[in-house]
Design a protein around this ligand. Structure first.
Ligand code: ADP
Ligand code: RBF
Ligand code: MG
Length: 388
């Protein structure tokens, strides 16, 4: 996944973008547009979510007016949805790894700036809902404080000036193409974290492209390393999904020799949008059978270049039979790596087996073992036992 060039710069200061980099603004934008379009008698179309990711509000409004043939100008749509959007600022979630990164850099004394094209007052309002963020930035700079926003380098140059640091000591972290362009134009090191899936190729001017902030390795830039990785795994706040096992692409057992008990991804679109694609692990409760160790991939399976996001849990147990339709419940407790492409099927298979070994071992660690007793996993069994 990580398209890595050489690391030319050792840095001391970090400049972060806000929307799409630290905050999952797109999720709220989705909800706002959904409500708005219904009022205009238009049917909500999930494809619009794909369109808005990583776009500026103006680009989103332009696309919506056109796609839904609204009898409004772009400006009218903007003024209609702006207040709806501001009402939702309290609901914007931090992106995976954002809190972790901010806490880490702050506790290690790394000076940070926040530089966003939106106005300073909007930035401050949005981050006020996230504990400890405002105090973590030495400099907060909005698009209204410079003459030209990104892709102009101005905002980053101004941030460096205010931090009183040389531009060559700054690392920019950005999700959007204009932001990456601005960072490079400023002469800074740039890590791109694209919000859109499968867009890594467009970001070739960035020094590194990562899938999510969870995949950032600060030590590669001369910054203090994260110390929360344990035996090749990253503990995460557990999350839970479950449902009947459905048919997948019929590929797991046949092509890879690794069966994956697929869950219907469309039932979990909200929770999935809050987590990045990647390889995770945890515990799997299977009604009538028991609780098992599990390793899974969530995403587009780059090797097969799927067009749909799928949930592919491999239970680390030999069942010797299928269990389609049975209720499968997952407690996802840790992260291993981003999804990747591989030069051969053999190398993909070898890597998945390695993921399996890592998960199996890690799940015995106290930090992960406790989740085996999660009531969520057991409920499914109690319920199905009652029915049987
Ligand atoms: P599909 O493409 O339909 O998911 P797979 O080849 O991936 O087909 O096989 C998955 C099915 O195999 C699961 O739905 C389940 O019924 C069965 N199965 C047997 N053992 C396992 C296991 N250890 N982990 C996951 N699924 C398993
Ligand atoms: N597919 C990929 O294309 N890239 C991956 O990095 C990848 N990692 C996986 C890790 C695990 C633990 C599992 C169970 C599957 C992974 N797969 C990956 C998905 C695999 O391609 C998928 O299960 C099959 O395509 C079956 O549909
Ligand atoms: Mg499968």
């Amino acid at each position: 996944m990580a398209a890595t060039k050489h690391f030319p710069q050792m840095v001391s200061h970090v400049i972060l973008d806000l929307d799409g980099t630290l905050l999952n603004t797109d999720g709220v934008m989705n909800e706002v547009l959904k409500v708005f379009l219904v009022k205009y008698g238009k049917r909500w179309d999930n494809k619009i979510s794909q369109k808005i990711i990583g776009r500026t509000p103006l680009e989103v409004a332009t696309a919506v007016v056109k796609d839904f043939s609204l009898s409004l100008t772009t400006e009218e749509l903007m003024s209609a949805i702006s207040p709806m959007f501001s009402d939702q600022w309290c609901n914007i979630k931090a992106l995976p790894g954002a809190n972790r990164l901010i806490k880490h850099l702050r506790s290690n004394g790394v000076t940070m700036a926040l530089a966003s094209n939106s106005s300073k007052s909007c930035i401050e309002a949005k981050i006020s809902f996230h504990q400890g963020w405002k105090e973590s930035f030495s400099v907060i700079i909005g698009g209204d404080e410079v003459t030209t926003g990104k892709p102009s380098p101005e905002i980053f140059l101004e941030a460096a000036k205010r931090m009183n640091v040389d531009i060559s000591n700054c690392l920019v972290i950005e999700d959007s193409l204009p932001g990456v362009a601005a960072g490079k134009a400023a002469g800074m090191a740039v890590v791109a974290v694209p919000s859109l899936p499968k867009q890594a190729g467009l970001y070739s001017s960035a020094d590194v492209v990562i899938n999510s902030l969870l995949d950032l390795h600060p030590e590669k830039w001369g910054l203090p390393p994260f110390e929360d990785w344990i035996e090749g795994t990253l503990p995460i706040e557990p999350w839970y999904i479950g449902g009947p096992v459905i048919k997948g692409f019929g590929r797991g057992s046949k092509v890879l020799g690794i069966p994956t008990a697929n869950l219907p991804a469309e039932n979990f679109s909200t929770i999935l949008s809050e987590h990045t694609s990647g390889v995770y692990f945890g515990w799997a409760g299977l009604s009538t059978r028991g609780i098992y160790k599990m390793v899974m991939s969530i995403g587009w399976n780059p090797y097969f270049d799927n067009t749909e996001k799928t949930i592919e849990p491999w239970l680390l147990h030999d069942f010797g039979e299928d269990f389609y339709g049975e209720e499968l419940r997952l407690a996802i407790v840790g992260y291993i790596r981003p999804e990747a492409n591989f030069p051969s099927l053999e190398s993909l298979i070898a890597r998945i087996h390695e993921d399996g070994r890592i998960a199996k071992k890690a799940l015995d660690l106290p930090i992960y073992a406790g989740s085996k007793d999660s009531p969520y996993l057991k409920n499914s069994m109690l319920r199905s036992n009652c029915h049987s």
